[in-house]
Design a protein around this ligand. Structure first.
Ligand SMILES: *Cc1c(COP(=O)(O)O)cnc(C)c1O
Length: 407
């Protein structure tokens, strides 16, 4: 997919839109598979909260992926996309016992992340095998919004509570078939990941009847030039070696599972929007686009960097711009960015817009959520229409007010 393909899509789209390059998703999937080709039983469960369009789910299924879900609704989407319940894992945090029961009864693999829920579930359903999510207390990266394995994190069962887990298992006679960790999205250092893995291995040894060990995700992809990314090939080599040793100690070959979101889809995505106005103030040149944090919130929410390019004038002289939106609040996509000269009507592309972009879009300011396209085999396929006014009205109910109106 070239920049002129993207420009072509933008020019025919009804408004701001997302485009995903299927071949990039496939490339990342194969990279992960190849990095762990030495593992006998490898399972990749795509974390669909990153990008949950049903055609994208179907595409990942066609590559052989399973699905990692965090809500009952994501499970329903997965089933709709053709995943069988056995190929879906449910890894929620802080959901009700009822929701876990509902999903468990569908035949989906449950992953439990609190002692209280584990005890209640085990008491009611000792025959349904469950995986436990542990918190290895490893600080991964510096951003506590996306780093979820540290000591004060709300995620997982503390490794210091494993004796309590074992007591619950003994009392309820429940079956633990997997152990899991997910340390967050910012693994910069493979040694840190391997250190956390050691904790997962020693936890695993305390459960005699496991089928899998799930290492979650945390693979970092580059967002800007010079960014550190997880060296997946090096991790594959080191973890494969260690996993094989572990299986020997354990006495059986277990499945090694991952659940990447960002790694698989982030770089495949582009967000496209036209420029409504170029506004020069005393200190800044603003490029004001036909969008806002209703469509792409990561820059405002996480201070994330998304590279911005001018598709209409790629060879233009580079100038500095602050790219903002149309929301009636401060909504800065990027400050002081060097971008090829922008004129009103030009189309800008935001890179790394595959993960946690469309799935976080809203209707704020009563705007429509954008269309989505999948670039597959040299063609743009519309995979979600832009919303319409009917969509905004759909669940609203108009009350018939009986106030007296003064004549
Ligand atoms: C969000 C999430 C993932 C995916 O994380 P990425 O950083 O997008 O790879 C994996 N596992 C669980 C349990 C998650 O909640």
């Amino acid at each position: 997919m070239t920049h002129s393909d993207l420009l072509n899509i933008a020019q025919n789209a009804p408004g701001p839109s997302y485009v995903y390059d299927a071949s990039k998703i496939k490339h990342q999937y194969n990279r992960l598979e190849n990095a762990f080709s030495g593992v006998k039983k490898l399972k990749i469960n795509y974390a669909c909260k990153a990008l949950s369009n049903i055609s994208v789910l179907k595409f990942l299924k066609s590559l052989g992926s399973g699905l990692d879900t965090v809500s009952h609704q994501e499970v329903l989407l997965g089933l709709e996309a053709g995943f069988t319940p056995e190929n879906i894992i449910f890894t929620p945090n802080g959901v009700s016992l009822e929701e876990i029961e509902t999903v468990a009864k569908m035949g989906v693999q449950i992953n439990i992340d609190s002692l209280s829920i584990l005890e209640q579930f085990g008491t009611k359903y000792p025959k349904i095998p469950v995986c436990i999510r542990i918190n290895p207390h490893v600080m991964a990266g510096g951003n506590s919004n996306i780093s979820v394995g540290h000591i004060d994190s709300k995620f997982g069962i503390s490794i210091h509570q494993i004796p309590h887990v074992l007591r619950i298992v003994e009392n309820t006679k429940m079956h633990i078939n997997g152990v899991h960790m997910h340390t967050g999205s910012d693994i910069l250092d493979i040694e840190v990941f391997l250190h956390a893995s050691e904790i997962l291995f020693s936890t695993a040894l305390q459960f005699k009847d496991l089928s899998f060990v799930d290492f979650g995700s945390g693979f970092k992809v580059p967002y800007r030039e010079g960014d550190i990314e997880t060296n997946i090939e090096e991790l594959g080599e080191k973890l494969t070696k260690r996993f094989k040793e572990f299986c020997k100690t354990y006495g059986r070959t277990l499945e090694l599972a991952f659940e990447p979101g960002k790694f698989l889809v982030s770089e495949a995505g582009y967000f496209l929007s036209k420029v409504n106005a170029v506004k020069q103030t005393t200190s800044t040149v603003f490029a004001q686009i036909d969008s806002g944090f209703n469509h792409l919130i990561r820059p405002m929410l996480y201070n994330s960097f998304h590279q911005i390019i001018n598709l209409t004038n790629p060879e233009g002289r580079e100038r500095f711009y602050t790219v903002v939106g149309y929301i009636c609040e401060t909504d800065t996509f990027g400050s002081n960015r060097k971008i090829a000269e922008i004129s009103e009507g030009d189309v800008l592309a935001f890179k790394n817009a595959g993960a946690y972009c469309m799935t976080m879009a809203s209707n704020y300011n009563s705007r429509y959520r954008p269309a989505e396209y999948l670039w597959y085999q040299g063609e743009a396929h519309l995979i979600r229409k832009q919303e319409t006014f009917e969509d905004l009205m759909q669940n609203q109910i108009l009350i018939d007010f009986k106030e007296k109106v003064e004549a």
